[in-house]
Design a protein around this ligand. Sequence first.
Ligand SMILES: Nc1ncnc2c1ncn2[C@@H]1O[C@H](COP(=O)(O)OP(=O)(O)OP(=O)(O)O)[C@@H](O)[C@H]1O
Length: 617
Amino acid sequence: MMFLIQGETGSGKTTQIPQYLYEASIGRQGIIGITQPRRVAAISLAARVSEEKKTELGTLIGYTVRFEDLTSDKSKIKFLTDGMLLREAIGDPLLRRYSVVILDEAHERTVHTDVLFGIVKAAQKKRKELSKMPLKVLVMSATMDVDLFSQYFDRAPVLYLEGRQHSIQVFYTKESQSDYLHASLVSIFQIHQEAPPSHSILVFLTGQEEIEAMSRTCREIAKHLPQGCAQMSVFPLYASLPHLQQLRVFQLGQKGCRKVILSTNIAETSITIPGIKYVVDTGMVKAKRYTPESGLEVLAVQKVSKAQAWQRAGRAGRQQAGICYRLYTEEEFEKFLNMTVPEIQRCNLASVMLQLLALRIPNILTFDFMSKPSPDAVRAAIEQLELLGAIECKDSQIILTQLGKKMAAFPLEPRFSKAVLLSPEFQCSEEILTIVSLLSVDSVLYNPHTKREEAHSVRKRFISSEGDHMTLLNIYQAFKNVGGHKEWCRENFVNGRNMAMVTEVRCQLRDICAKFGVRLESSRSNTSNIRQCLAHALFLNAAELQLDGTYATLDTRQPVAIHPSSVLFNCKPSYILYNELLHTSKCYIRDLCVVDPEWLYEAAPEYFGRKLKGVNS
Ligand SMILES: Nc1ncnc2c1ncn2[C@@H]1O[C@H](COP(=O)(O)OP(=O)(O)OP(=O)(O)O)[C@@H](O)[C@H]1O
């Protein structure tokens, strides 16, 4: 059985259908799994359904997100991120534990969801052939391209759910806005002056810095409003915000005080934030863009698709009638793409390719994708995995190496799992495990805007001239030396909860190492072995200082600049590794580590030999 369900936002697809299936005993033989593209959605939905069923979260209803599993043997309804279901499929491609798989928010088309489409389709077919317990599959969204989906899923029938409890009115601007931040501010304060304070406002912006700056401005303006105007509480919401702070947005606001939530697209789908009456949509989003020719995966601010705009509007009108102000004209909206370009067509494929190979799917080009990735992007991913030693190409066949098999077992990007696996060679396993864990969780640094200077100055003693990785390592070691003391965290502006998470992730990574017989070795001699190990794993993300004082990436000579958040912002080391590229006013590199060029060359002599030839010719 395979159905597509299209129902308006807020019609009850995600919270009700799993319960109906459970009550109809459809999930008796196995678990009902519901995938979500984001962890905050998986967690908050599990909590909501659990509350509706009056059970304790983690018993009948649970959730699994990366590095966090709140399920038990009793769990029958499980919310999980699409990435986690994909990981489970590596261990069990037939997904035998599940009687029903619901792929929710299918329009988001994350890489993981797209791969899951193929995996789930194949699992269903195979289970039928083997006369095993049938796998029922539901694909749901308010805004998916039903024709494309139905065709892909062998003409699966589409069920349309009509109706939502509350209406939503949508308004456009009359004229195009050149400054969406200014336009958002004007809208927020207009609503604030006119509407009762119990009506909360949700504003969609593009990223952490923008949101933090806007929060400050809103709070400042709110202080100077005329007497009689209601108070305002501003809540930022973005992926790297500590989890507890994320959850604060779901709490009811104080009486007589307006709640304003400034969010990235993490609040765009799935979730219900109580009290939201108004949505302000800037029409902008920060998303990945990938150019296979340059091999660069960049985060850049761009226009949303129509589907995203409708999802955003759908966050209003969930508990009462809602209003959505779009800060763009109707003509502009008409020019938006109908659907967001699937992530598989705009991201680096190295990670997903490694997972497909671990799933014993030999050829990503012939895999049953709803939308094929570009052959150039596939070639670039193959080259990267080959350089990392994860695969070998023999007679036009791609084979996962022993190293590659181990790499795929870690819930990490290939370059980070490679760093872990190489660490014994460089006698720095403990340190690399810490660094990789630190990079896998939300930021452990707490930078409250009112005490930014103070936070910087107390943390100065941890700063390493060798970069951000080493600085984070110093902070972690100091945290451990005081036994994770809460007072110490407070004094040093360190997020204790996220630090505890780092310790948890570290344990999990250690367990995976133990399972694969990876001997962990550390000499604690100096820091150059740690940086050398990072150079051998992250050499594809290296940048070089130019004669004019700027930086360029080593692979494609892309001009880049050090991000102001880096401890190296005012330094000019000759060679640095970076974790991420971010495109705002210019192309920034962030999370940096100083390295020697010889280490890079040692890591991939042929590759850098070729690159240098390219530069000289
Ligand atoms: N955490 C919550 N608090 C209060 N009400 C909620 C909550 N979650 C859901 N609801 C109510 O249930 C309704 C249906 O929510 P549900 O998430 O199931 O809708 P949906 O059809 O899946 O929407 P979408 O397509 O936007 O994900 C909401 O409109 C809201 O009225």
